[in-house]
Write a protein that binds this ligand. Structure first.
Ligand code: ZN
Length: 156
């Protein structure tokens, strides 16, 4: 068995937990947005559904199959996106990309990502980065396609 640092063990636990017990994977009734994506290099598949209420994600469903990295990343996305606005979700996508590029993130940026930090170690394995980013790239595409007319302007 290879030696793992305590942090790596913690990260691995989070990843395996989300892989075995994916969060929010029940399909939504009448979602506002839906997208399917796959990563042919690894055979990963995911489907994301979002339902908005007052510009916030009131319902998030992410289901799929594939490797532990792709599926745990998708489950973490589902957990993180709940209750968030479109802009907040897009911001998370940017942070995840930056983390995968090995950029240093500030404490508040890391707070924003929460348990997603567990995927940080993946960047050491370039072929796995596509697995980790699959659901995030799909989320970004989906949000970019969200018709502007349906967005509600909220003053916060
Ligand atoms: Zn994969």
């Amino acid at each position: 068995m290879r030696a793992l640092s305590e942090l790596d063990e913690l990260y691995e636990e989070i990843i395996l937990d989300h892989y075995r017990n994916p969060r929010n994977n029940r399909e939504l009734d009448a979602p506002d947005l839906e997208i399917e994506a796959d990563n042919p290099f690894c055979g990963d598949e995911i489907k994301i559904q979002l339902k908005f209420e007052d510009d916030r994600a009131a319902g998030v469903s992410v289901a799929g199959r594939g490797c532990a990295i792709s599926q745990s990343s998708a489950s973490l996305l589902a957990e993180l996106s709940q209750g968030r606005t479109r802009e907040e979700m897009k911001n998370s996508v940017t942070l995840v990309r930056r983390m995968m590029r090995g950029e240093e993130l500030s404490d508040s940026e890391l707070d924003d990502l929460g348990d997603l930090e567990a995927l940080r170690g993946v960047r050491k394995y370039p072929v796995r980065i596509k697995c980790a980013l699959l659901s995030w790239v799909a989320l970004e595409d989906m949000l970019d396609d969200y018709p502007a007319a349906r967005q509600q302007v909220s003053e916060r």
